[in-house]
Ligand binder design. Structure first.
Ligand SMILES: [Zn+2]
Length: 222
């Protein structure tokens, strides 16, 4: 929001400068010549300030399309919360949340940025970045219709490989990242217990109760 206001301010400065070259400004008899360096400066600043919101808007549209695919056609709409949005969000303590009725997925600050970082260098993804991928898949599974957290998370870990590929990660790296999340971080949940255990099930394993036998499952062998 602040970026948009700043951009609009610089647009106004540019407009005022151009108007002064066409219509005599107050106190002058004739229109004034354009101060080109000034005009270049304010137009550049307007574009520079407009870039972050445009970049986020494009990323949200990209994520919305991919989440819709993951949710088997249930329409998803991803929103990346700013710090301000996060502070006003009643569910601010959840890193992400989704409403299956509306398809709205909210990723709190800074998780969209973490996911962007992951996509810029998936070959050296760290723990946070892998969690951002899984969070995106997890919320997409809520939009697909599942509400039970342990089942949702199991649907997500089976699809993290698919999700990474949909987001543009090369096949072999997507497989390695998704398996890494499942074999290390997912399994840790079961051991930690407490709140984490609500997102874990022993039945979430190849051949067990929650295995959906997807042909491109994270754990399927080619
Ligand atoms: Zn959930």
């Amino acid at each position: 929001m602040l970026w948009i206001l700043a951009s609009l301010f610089f647009c106004y400065c540019a407009f005022r400068e151009i108007r002064a070259s066409l219509v005599a400004p107050p106190g002058y008899d004739l229109p004034q010549p354009i101060a080109k360096p000034y005009l270049v400066l304010v137009v550049s600043l307007a574009l520079l300030c407009a870039w972050p919101p445009v970049h986020t808007w494009r990323f949200q549209r990209f994520l919305s399309a991919k989440a819709t695919q993951l949710a088997d056609g249930h329409r998803a709409q991803v929103h990346c919360n700013t710090l301000f949005d996060t502070m006003l969000d009643p569910a601010m303590l959840a890193a992400g949340h989704a409403d299956p009725r509306t398809g709205r997925i909210v990723l709190q600050k800074p998780w969209c940025g973490v996911l962007m970082d992951y996509l810029s260098h998936p070959e050296r993804a760290d723990r946070n970045e892998l969690e951002s991928l899984d969070m995106f898949t997890h919320e997409s599974m809520h939009v697909r219709g599942e509400l039970n957290e342990a089942v949702t998370e199991c649907q997500a870990v089976q699809r993290d490989y698919r999700a990474a590929k949909l987001l543009g990660v090369p096949d072999a790296i997507a497989k390695r990242n998704a398996l890494n999340y499942y074999t290390v971080f997912y399994q840790e949940r079961g051991k930690i217990g407490g709140l984490q255990s609500a997102y874990y099930s022993e039945q979430c394993a190849p051949g067990k109760g929650l295995d959906e036998h997807l042909s491109d499952s994270t754990w399927s062998t080619p």
